[in-house]
Design a protein around this ligand. Structure first.
Ligand code: 5GP
Length: 207
């Protein structure tokens, strides 16, 4: 099967990072795409695991050298997907799971139209507010900024391949796994394997 990327997008607070982590743990043969960012590490975050934490200069040179599949400014910091992540997934025969913002997803749709794009929606705006307020790591100004971004992002669903409502986490995970499972079976993604199987079946028939 040809490797492909799966981009999960959602307004801040919908639970995209939890969903991405659970999908990776679920052994779906997914490789988490570790992004580069100029944002500082939060307590508990590890460099090379959650993000590659880089300086503004380092980020700028990644952009200049064409090392990023996409990049965007989110909440005042820069975030980008190293192209090397795609190559690593291809090498390992895995799918690359991207946890990126809407601007980044649009760039990926252009650069890699075979990418599966999933937009997660909250069941209601009230739930979204509650989830954002429950985040201890945010000060009031950052929280307000995230709510504004979330409102704008709710309008950005256009152009995505799939929409999943994250009401109950387990249901959302089941839906996304089903999407990935169906996408793996697209003929254009497994043309080589299908041809091989067809040849074997015909040989069997003729034997
Ligand atoms: P956070 O700072 O909360 O980890 O992430 C802020 C936002 O940046 C989230 O919406 C996250 O999905 C997004 N993000 C993380 N990595 C990337 C990336 O490589 N590219 C883009 N465009 N957005 C990213």
């Amino acid at each position: 099967m040809k490797s492909f990327a799966v981009a999960i997008c959602a307004p801040s607070g919908v639970g995209k990072t939890t969903v991405a982590k659970r999908l990776i743990e679920g052994g779906e043969e997914l490789l988490f795409s570790v992004s580069a960012t100029t944002r500082g590490a939060r307590p508990g975050e590890q460099s090379g695991v959650d993000y590659h934490f880089v300086s503004r200069d380092e980020f700028d040179s990644m952009v200049t050298n064409g090392e990023l599949l996409e990049w965007a400014e989110v909440h005042g910091d820069l975030y980008g997907t190293p192209l090397a992540n795609l190559e690593a997934a291809e090498r390992e025969g895995k799918l690359l799971l991207l946890d990126i913002d809407v601007q980044g997803a649009r760039q990926v749709m252009q650069a890699r139209p075979d990418t599966v794009t999933v937009f997660l929606l909250p069941p209601s705006f009230d739930v979204l507010m509650e989830r954002l307020q429950a985040r201890a790591s945010e000060d009031a100004a950052r929280l307000r900024r995230r709510m504004e971004t979330a409102k704008a992002e709710l309008r950005s669903v256009q152009g995505f391949g799939y929409v999943v409502v994250n009401d109950r986490l387990e249901d959302a995970l089941r839906d996304i796994r089903a999407i990935i499972s169906a996408e793996r079976r697209r003929l254009d993604r497994q043309a080589g394997e299908v041809e091989e199987l067809r040849r074997r079946l015909l040989e069997e028939l003729e034997a």
